[in-house]
Design a protein around this ligand. Structure first.
Ligand code: RB5
Length: 142
C-alpha cells in the first residue's frame, strides 16, 4: 500500500513515527509536509494529501493536526475522499471495513503513540467489506 502523509505544525512531531510504523507494515510512504514546527495552516496539508490520493489510484493518506478535526474537514471537501477522524483501533478498522475510508485522520494532541500505532495497523490490515456497505458509501457523494 502507498500512503501520502501530511500534518500541520501540531502534528509535525509525530510524522516520523507514522512513517516508521507504515514502513514496518511494508507500506510505501510519501511525506508531503509540513517539514518544521513553524506554524502553518492545516487546510494546506489536508488539501495536499487529498489531491495526491485522488491522483494516485489505490493510494491512501494519513493526515494529522492538533485535534484531527480541521485537517479531516479540509480533506473531505474533495470528491472521492473519505477521511475518517479516528480515536482508537476500532474506529480505524471500521473506517476501512464499512466506510472504505481512503484517509486516516487523527489528532496528535488527542492520542498517544501506542494508540496511533494500533490505529495505523488496523487501517492498513483491514479491507473494505463491500456488499451492503458499497451502496451506502456510494450514497455519501452529493
Ligand atoms: C493548531 O493550533 C490547531 O488549531 C490545529 O492543529 C487543528 O487542531 C485544527 O483543527
Amino acid at each position: 500500500m502507498k500512503f501520502y502523509i501530511g500534518t500541520d505544525h501540531a502534528g509535525f512531531e509525530i510524522k516520523k513515527d507514522i512513517e516508521n510504523i507504515l514502513k514496518r507494515l511494508n507500506c510505501e510512504v510519501v511525506d508531503l509536509g509540513t517539514y518544521s514546527k513553524e506554524s502553518v495552516d492545516y487546510p494546506d496539508f489536508g488539501h495536499k494529501v487529498a489531491r495526491a490520493v485522488l491522483k494516485d489510484e489505490g493510494s491512501f493518506g494519513v493526515v494529522v493536526c492538533g485535534t484531527g478535526i480541521g485537517i479531516s474537514i479540509s480533506a473531505n471537501k474533495h470528491k472521492g475522499i473519505r477521511a475518517a477522524l479516528c480515536h482508537d483501533a476500532y474506529s480505524a478498522k471500521m473506517a476501512r471495513a464499512h466506510n472504505d475510508a481512503n484517509i486516516l485522520a487523527f489528532g496528535q494532541r488527542m492520542v498517544g503513540l501506542g494508540v496511533i500505532e494500533s490505529m495505523i495497523e488496523a487501517f492498513v490490515t483491514t479491507s473494505f467489506e463491500g456488499g451492503r456497505h458499497l451502496k451506502r458509501v456510494e450514497k455519501i457523494e452529493v
